[in-house]
Design a protein around this ligand. Sequence first.
Ligand SMILES: Cc1cc2nc3c(=O)[nH]c(=O)nc-3n(C[C@H](O)[C@H](O)[C@H](O)COP(=O)(O)OP(=O)(O)OC[C@H]3O[C@@H](n4cnc5c(N)ncnc54)[C@H](O)[C@@H]3O)c2cc1C
Length: 88
Amino acid sequence: MFHASAGFSGSEPLRQRIAVIGSGVSGLSAAWLLAQTNDIVLYEADARLGGHANTVDVPGTGPVDTGFIVYNEQNYPNFSALMSHLSG
Ligand SMILES: Cc1cc2nc3c(=O)[nH]c(=O)nc-3n(C[C@H](O)[C@H](O)[C@H](O)COP(=O)(O)OP(=O)(O)OC[C@H]3O[C@@H](n4cnc5c(N)ncnc54)[C@H](O)[C@@H]3O)c2cc1C
């Protein structure tokens, strides 16, 4: 279980305590967005975050991404925008 909370200033909407189930890209994106105005509890059944998205060290080859094989800005505009925002 992971807790995330982000401060909020300005007009004060009602902060809610919200449970997000699963830490794949869907859950992490929802938790990150909701944490701007709410208190989030993220539940993950696995021992690590990321869900299907993962990087595995293959001996003799190096790190291999198993989740996202195809990526381009034309077909993934929202995901691209999120990555750009997070990378500053
Ligand atoms: C073989 C393959 C290739 C792919 N290739 C691409 C690609 O090239 N490009 C691309 O954009 N996308 C690709 N995808 C799709 C992309 O990887 C998935 O759409 C994305 O990772 C799914 O994210 P998700 O958060 O919806 O689910 P997941 O990543 O599956 O995350 C779900 C999480 O919820 C957890 N969970 C489940 N039940 C519970 C519970 N009861 N309590 C707590 N935790 C729970 C799981 O442990 C997991 O961590 C591919 C998918 C597959 C299978």
